[in-house]
Design a protein around this ligand. Sequence first.
Ligand SMILES: Cc1cc2nc3c(=O)[nH]c(=O)nc-3n(C[C@H](O)[C@H](O)[C@H](O)COP(=O)(O)O)c2cc1C
Length: 236
Amino acid sequence: MHLYPYIFKRRSTRRYDMTPLRESQLQDIRSFAKNMRPLFPAIRVEYRLDSNVRNILPVKAPHNFIISSELKEGYLENVGFLYQQMDLYLSSLGLGSCWLGMAKPSGAVDTHLEFVIVLAFGKPKDNPYRGPEGFNRKALGDIASGNDPRLEAVRLAPSASNTQNWYFVCDGGEIHAYQKLLNPVKAKFYDRFNRLDVGIALCHLYLATVEQGKDFNFTNEGMPELEGYRAIGTVG
Ligand SMILES: Cc1cc2nc3c(=O)[nH]c(=O)nc-3n(C[C@H](O)[C@H](O)[C@H](O)COP(=O)(O)O)c2cc1C
């Protein structure tokens, strides 16, 4: 499945036809989930599909990935990286999806792993696509230094409340990824989400790297510090 083009047209869907998808399509979705590439292969991640979640915001979808993970260093970036592949796959099927940071599982989750986040999906009531003019994003110069053609895909990544609290530094063919640190009041709410967000942006960087016919090599060791930011990792 060629996911890259959907980076440039996907949008979050918040209104769904509540008719469940065909079992054969759900089977395709489960098969795709088995083959998603992790950022940190040593971290165990599981999901359960549920038609119900508790959500204080009025977004209701017929299907939800209830995503759980081992709590190891980098687990939030890993979940963002993995399930953004799913978000784009669902988009490629003409379906709608939306990350739901405020939603919780409706019942006990039968796993030893920790619940992380919900990704809702189903048949969209509205057009799940948009043109380039439909993206409300920061300018490249505000989220990156240096030039790399892969950065446009990164710039368009979705983030919690569209915060885009990330920064990318081009350095001799490599790209260093950082998370912007916030004041304690904002960080209490957004720090966790923003780590997922950087994982999501790294997923777009992964697809843009593969699109160029290059291997995607990621390391979270030995990268330069940047004041006011948390160092997340370097892409070769
Ligand atoms: C980690 C994360 C959590 C999110 N939580 C919610 C949420 O609880 N409710 C919601 O309606 N949208 C949520 N969103 C969707 C964002 O608001 C949306 O991605 C952002 O505004 C950019 O819009 P776009 O996805 O249409 O490009 C979340 C997105 C991310 C990445």
